[in-house]
Design a protein around this ligand. Sequence first.
Ligand SMILES: O=C(O)CCC(=O)C(=O)O
Length: 318
Amino acid sequence: VSERQQLSADRAADGGVKYLSAEKRGEEAHFQGSNEQPIVRQAQDVFGALRDLDLLPHVAELDVLGLAVIPPEKVGIDVIAAREAVLDVAERRHGERPDWQGNQDRTSPTPFGAIMFCIGLEHPAFVPVMLNRTIEAIATQQLGANHVLSAFQGVTKPKGGQELDLHLDELYAPSPYAVHNDAINVTIPLTDYTMDNGPLAYVPGSHKLMRRPVGREGYDQRVPVTAKAGSLIIWPRHTWHGAYVGTAPGMRVNIISVFSRPHMRTLEDFGGQVTEDALEAHGPRFRQLMGKNLSYGWRGEGPVLDGSETLIGATPFV
Ligand SMILES: O=C(O)CCC(=O)C(=O)O
């Protein structure tokens, strides 16, 4: 039972409001945000992590171009384990293991490929991917330390089918969009993205427009994104992007993950599906990513009134 659940249970039992002790607030400061973590130190910590991992040029790419490709040597994901895990889930869900290297006679079923939604908790090999420190450093700089995991999908894309139209990833919201990022897409190619296996396309600079493309706008300015397996391809969700049709045999295999600020409704329901055993096993960042440090969806007992949630978003990095 988490401390938060215990507090809720205690409150329900005695009908009173409980506050976290100052000592507890200190322990949770990194995850919950608090006055004890001054803005200058937060900024220096975020900068230090980016510098130590040699990610500063990629932050500039993200800001100026609206998309960054971080090469595998700065990421350290076990590509074979992650790819096998995606194929394992496909076999479990669909009764057939995708033949990603074979000469496929099937064509891509959607412009994305075949997407398996919400696979993050279905294989232990995905946990180190979610907790990867390169992803953590970039997501913290883009979204603040309290970001959560919004989606984790496995995709296999054979050749053929239709081109994916240019779009951005704002759902259910009209433009103009906020100038800060609410969410980022972190795509992890598990096979090389080449010109002939249907790579991602994007329009550099389009994220600054804060609106959707209209009609065929941007098509003549698309550029392909090629990347080695094990890279991270990251974009804020305002960047106009789509994908080309693959022509080569075999399949493009990738993971699409989305991280968002904590006020956003997540695309997939990790908080409702994660087990207490997994929360115990994988530590505080995993709990944070699963949305377990947030109390949205209040019931009769209400939130824990320790002040921490009103501080989330109070500085750029929390
Ligand atoms: O992976 C691709 O080719 C396109 C992905 C995409 O459009 C998305 O994740 O929103």
